[in-house]
Ligand binder design. Structure first.
Ligand code: C5P
Length: 658
């Protein structure tokens, strides 16, 4: 569970590994009902554990169905087409996938039942289904408001001699409910269902028909307008039933397998629980990725994506018809940022009525990243971003799990991504961010901390140069803040003004050169006065907090070497290699003295020594981010080593851990 208000995503340089998907919600609740109605026992593997499945399980229990667990598997003892309990009051929470098919099944079987839910459930229409069932003489009454739950079901006299007609142009779920329930009354004669209007969301009806087949009922599908359940149909358990992984959620990991390769450090990302035989429409997402230039492999029980086909540098833009993959299509709006041309997503009108207006939400949040986006009633055009156009952003998620999950992919871009209200993923994938982190490869950081004049600056910048990594001299940020504070006469204990100054530091670092606006301050920040002032203001928590985002923003592909006091403990606690450099105080004083003299600054070795000791004491005794080695830092005493030896040692450790 994630309880915080936001989650900062580390910038990613690649991805690789295997993601186990949670079970599909659409399949889980259908399978539970089918297994309950079938003859025989069904062992279900991979069932989703979520609010909606818990509601269905509780209802089945109240209806007298025996359900047991064996490890992580669920065993449903089928009741052969008749629920043992003929009277029950069922609480359906807010589970549409439970109340609709149960209403149909109970109405056809007859008994004395009530079905109710949370207040929001009583606002969700069910009239089209009730009309269809009443038309064949089922006994259903509204207990409250016409057209909405709660409902009372009694013994009716269902007559299926003539076709049952149901609307299909508003929701496909009422048709699914009838298709799941009508085999209960098809022993003597064919049962025909006719759809009024053009059927929407066909991939979901496809799931229903496929699952009916697995439980022994083969429905004839006449062009999605007429369905015939043959006489003599009855549910029989297949024995074992594996719930597929959620194909919509597979899209994030497959996209990660592609985007992760863009920095040249990606491997295959494999999703387990779906494959080419999946009955979920959203597996088509993988085919779309292939058409856009991705290298996709289809196997038995898995799909994997590993970058682009040879010769390609980016995904292709263009027009993508998303009618068949409405949920996974959201992922394409993010991969479009990394394409070679604008991407037009069409057929996404249903986005407007999902958890939020997804077209509006997607447009607003993509714009925060700097993207140019155009939208219409049922389409969205996303223009790609070049490296310089990306902007760091806090992404709103609109209580929509899929917004949160697909924007995690933006962390493959060169910007800092904060996901607001990340806990909203619990709707379908409670541990999404943990699973994502297990395949994501953050931009590597080497943290080199140590006291003043331990040589960390020289060593860190050389290591960075050898590896082609970026270099962060965090001390320069404190020093620059101090320089500006001295110039602006800000007192060194005025935490509010200093932190304000640090937050808007107009600094630009280029190797060892530091600029404030147009001014090169590289020399000015190195004086002893500025060093002392830096050390003083560095003990103020608000100042340290203000400089955090700036330091994080320098973590960019292909990697970062950061030197300072708290790189390994506070700023980059997940750094892959942490080195704590020390040297005897005399050795450090000698080095600093020579450095100052070579810069034409006159001082004495005694003054330097005293100053070092005072600064060490202040840095290690302060209450925030005190100078101390991280628990997992490797100590390196450089008193007897020259710079090259020290650099060699760090590089050797780096090779061992990368
Ligand atoms: O490393 P340098 O001597 O340039 O840093 C100047 C001062 O900034 C240090 O004495 C220390 O007090 C502070 N500092 C810090 N945390 C860092 C880097 C420097 O507190 N990560």
């Amino acid at each position: 569970m994630i309880s915080s208000d936001y989650l900062d995503m580390p910038p990613l340089i690649g991805a690789g590994g295997t993601a186990l998907l949670p079970g599909s919600k659409s399949i889980s609740n259908r399978v539970l009902l089918l297994a309950a109605l079938a003859e025989g026992k069904t062992l279900i593997t991979g069932l989703l554990d979520s609010d909606d499945t818990r509601v269905m399980l509780a209802a089945l229990h109240a209806l007298g169905v025996i359900v047991s667990t064996q490890g992580t598997d669920t065993i449903v003892h089928g009741c052969g087409g008749r629920f043992p309990e003929r009277r029950a009051d069922l609480f359906m929470g807010n589970a549409g996938t439970a109340i609709r098919p149960l209403t149909a099944a109970l109405a056809l079987l007859g008994g004395s039942y009530t079905l109710s839910g949370v207040p929001r459930m009583h606002e969700r229409p069910i009239g089209d289904l009730v009309d269809a069932l009443r038309a064949i003489n089922c006994s259903i009454d509204y207990l409250n408001q016409l057209g909405y739950p709660p409902l009372a079901i009694n013994l009716g006299t269902p007559n299926v001699d003539t076709p049952i007609r149901v609307r299909g142009d508003v929701s496909s779920q009422f048709l699914t409910a009838l298709l799941l329930a009508l085999p209960l009354v098809s022993q003597q004669q064919d049962v025909v269902v006719e759809v009024i209007g053009t059927l929407i969301s066909r991939p979901y009806v496809h799931i229903t028909l496929e699952l009916l087949c697995r439980f022994g009922v083969h429905v004839e599908n006449e062009n999605w307008q007429r369905f015939v359940i043959p006489a003599g149909s009855r549910y029989t358990s297949p024995g074992r039933m594996a719930v597929e992984g959620d194909a919509s959620s597979a899209s994030y990991f497959l996209a990660a397998g592609v985007l992760g390769s863009l920095h040249g450090a990606g491997d295959a990302v494999r999703v387990e629980g779906v494959d080419a035989h999946s009955i979920q429409g959203d597996v088509e997402f993988a085919r779309v990725l292939e058409r856009l230039g991705a290298r996709v492999e289809w196997g038995d029980g898995f799909i994997s994506a590993s970058g682009l086909i040879p010769g390609r540098k980016r995904l292709t833009g263009g027009i993508i018809d998303c009618v068949a993959i409405p949920d996974a299509a959201m992922t394409l709006a993010i991969t479009a940022l990394f394409a070679d041309a604008p991407t037009l997503l069409t057929g996404i009108g249903s986005w407007r009525v999902k958890e939020t207006d997804r077209i509006a939400a997607m447009g607003a949040e993509l714009a925060k990243l700097g993207a140019q986006v155009e939208a219409g009633e049922d389409w969205l055009r996303v223009h790609p971003l070049s490296d310089g156009q990306w902007r760091s952003a806090a992404i709103g998620t609109y209580d929509d799990h899929r917004m949160a999950m697909c924007f995690s992919l933006a962390s493959f871009g060169p910007a800092d991504i904060r996901i607001l209200d990340p806990g909203c993923v619990s709707k379908t994938f409670p541990d999404y961010f943990q699973v994502f982190a297990s395949v994501a490869r953050p931009v590597p950081v080497i943290a080199i901390d140590g006291p003043t004049a331990s040589g960390k600056g020289t060593v860190a910048s050389k290591v960075a140069a050898m590896l082609g990594f970026h270099y962060l001299d965090s001390g320069a940020l404190y020093r620059t803040t101090a320089l500006l504070a001295l110039r602006q006469d800000i007192k060194l204990d005025d935490e509010a003004r200093l932190s304000e100054l640090a937050l808007r530091l107009p600094i630009r670092c280029d190797g060892s050169q530091v600029w404030v606006g147009p001014e090169d301050v590289s020399a000015a920040i190195r004086t002893e006065d500025v060093g002392r002032a830096a050390s003083a203001l560095a003990s103020l928590p608000a100042v340290r907090q203000s400089l955090l985002a700036l330091q994080h923003s320098l973590r960019r592909a292909p990697g970062l070497v950061a030197d300072g006091r708290d790189m390994g403990t506070e700023v980059f606690p997940s750094a892959r290699l942490k080195v704590f450099l020390t040297a005897d105080v005399q050795a450090r004083a000698d080095r600093r003295y020579k450095q100052l003299i070579s810069q034409g600054i006159s001082t004495t070795i005694i003054d330097v020594l005293r100053d070092l000791e005072a600064r060490d004491a202040r840095d290690s005794k302060r209450s925030v981010a005190a100078l101390r080695p991280a628990q997992d830092a490797v100590p390196l005493n450089t008193s007897a080593l020259d710079v090259d030896q020290t650099v060699d040692q760090v590089l050797q450790w780096w090779r061992q851990c990368s």
